[in-house]
Design a binder for this molecule. Sequence first.
Ligand SMILES: [Ca+2]
Length: 535
Amino acid sequence: MRYRFVSSFSFALLASTCMTHAADKPNVLFIAIDDLRPELGCYGSPIAVSPNLDGLAKDGLLFKRAYCQQAICRPSRASLMTGMRPESTGLFHNYVSLRELQPDILTLPQHLIAHGYETAYVGKIFHNGDTDEENSWSHTPVKRVKGIKNPQGPYRLPENVKLRADNFKEMFARYGAAARRGLASGPAYEQADVPDHAYTDGHNTLLAIATLKQMVKSDQPFFLGMGYKLPHLNWCAPKKYWDFYDREKIPMSTRHAAPTDGAEMGLHASFELRTRAGIPKSGPFSAELSRTLKHAYLASTSYVDAQIGLMMKALEEAGVRDNTIIIVWGDHGWHLGDMGVWGKATNYEIATRVPMVICTPDMKIRGAKSEALVELVDIFPTLCELADVPRPDHLEGHSFVSLLDEPNKTWKKAVFSQYPNPALREWAANPLSQGMRETWFGPLIQEVEGRIIAQQGEKWDREFFEEHLMGYTMRTDRYRLVVWRDHRDVKATPVYVELFDHQTDPDETTNIAASNPKIVKALTKQHDAGWEMAL
Ligand SMILES: [Ca+2]
């Protein structure tokens, strides 16, 4: 195994020497938004209602070209929180634990604890079930708000609660505990006329505000993580946020085709959404359903935006806004019908590009939008620099603090992401389970396999394509390169290559690799030189 193991031992030794200056350090409000693509007012959306994120961008710096390291929850978050790339941690699907792979790795909050911070989180910061309680978090957050019930499950409408329960019962009877892995679900969306705190994100915001009030009383600076679960499926949001939108005016994706000459393994068949009750198990979605789904995604986005507004207000009221770094990031993008698919989990621009905004107490330029190429793996070293704590040696990103003063200075030449064969894996990036084949997706997978076989010919080998084929992608100022390789031997000749020219084809409609061998050769060399050579 070539994955790197990293020790936190030396940093523990450093901790005692740094505690004395901790009181001078800025607080950090660290806001994660699950599955949020950069479709917001501040990113130029003509329809998204996101006044609070827009306001934050006006006060801070917005990154127009920020990218995740893998377009799926756990690998993206593990990479960000450890400052290492999925290829180095070995964590590239959802069903593996960070500490199993990297027992001694130093996480961002763990590092800050060692330098005098108190850290706490509410909601989803690390992926569910892999939250690193012992190492990364020093302060127990508030778990209950007096007089308000903790929401149970995703749905508030009784018919949806029942539908979900019935579906689970059926799948548990057939597959036991494996049914938990996406084999049963209720509807993809819900609008109920309920207060914000009736759903998880609204309730968690109340908990985070109560936790903030505790943490500001301490002499230590705080690092408070607030992780919003929406707009991850299921898109259940209070009715008032649905009412922000006139559904007939919602702009829909106009690009329903896979890239011409694109890799047949490059796109999945919208598995994650299709498991939801009421969503077709094969074939395209109707225009009516597509519109409802996008409406649901936007309503969920506006609901989260409103909660962020409450967090900002609480920060003001606590009197700490002027000494708090605020960073907001999405863990990956989402295809809303783009390229003909629905979901995350691809190597293309739409899934790898994320929203990211930072606002620091003493930044000189406010409201700028940077064109610089940056990555989520850069957040760890950036916060180290801003908090004036040492940069651990294991980090695989670059601090972008200098962009705060010069948002459009010459910066990285390239950014990097990866994803194992989206077409033949579940959306969690693990190989498709027998249950998936037998229940939802048998005919769909045969169809997908048929297309891959037609394109790849003699290269086709089911075991290899399912288990070992990794798509490595690099975005430069002008191009996106996707190199499909054997994960066990990344120096081997690629199985397939894709090249998109963003100057002429910003929607990545046509793979031009075959007609541009010189560019492919140069970019492959640049890709193989890696992140260290990108700046
Ligand atoms: Ca996610």
